[in-house]
Design a protein around this ligand. Structure first.
Ligand code: SF4
Length: 154
């Protein structure tokens, strides 16, 4: 295992389980979900108790898992179930600045929410119609889609 990855694993306090995939030391091959037609690359995957567990590392300090990060991790859980077979019971979200770590269960509720969110996204892509779901000027100011978005708050 690459030394950088080993150090990160210790830094993130994920010391049990073997790293079987990493996108941190060099670009990894994207994994694909046929069911949802989505692809993604978790930061790394550990194998623990015969389960593949995705680990996603985010920058910033958050006192609780952010919803978009939880959905991203849930998508990785789904992708791993399809690619490796078997049940993925949870994913791990790490906030890099504090090494705060959250175990996010891949339970029926999040599975349902993930499916609904993907259906909603597909509908938006098909109809090209969407509405802004916030009134936060600062969010728009720092948004990477700002130059393309016709719903931004000026
Ligand atoms: S610029 Fe558009 S996409 Fe970005 S946060 Fe604002 S409304 Fe949302």
């Amino acid at each position: 295992m690459n030394r950088t990855v080993s150090k990160l694993k210790i830094k993130h306090k994920i010391q049990d389980g073997k790293i079987i995939y990493s996108d941190l030391n060099m670009p990894a091959k994207p994994l694909f979900s046929k069911r949802y037609r989505i692809s993604g690359k978790p930061d790394y995957i550990i194998k623990k108790d015969e389960h593949q567990i995705p680990v996603e590392v985010k920058t910033g300090q958050h006192h609780e898992p952010k919803k978009n990060h939880v959905f991203q991790l849930a998508a990785y859980c789904q992708i791993l179930e399809e690619n490796y077979g078997g049940f993925v019971p949870y994913g791990i979200l790490v906030y890099n600045d504090t090494s705060q770590q959250y175990k996010i269960p891949f339970d029926p509720k999040i599975r349902f929410e993930l499916e609904s969110a993907i259906k909603k996204m597909r509908h938006i892509l098909k109809t090209k119609k969407t509405a802004r779901n916030h009134n936060d000027l600062y969010k728009c100011k720092s948004c990477s889609m700002r130059s393309y978005c016709d719903k931004k708050i000026i």
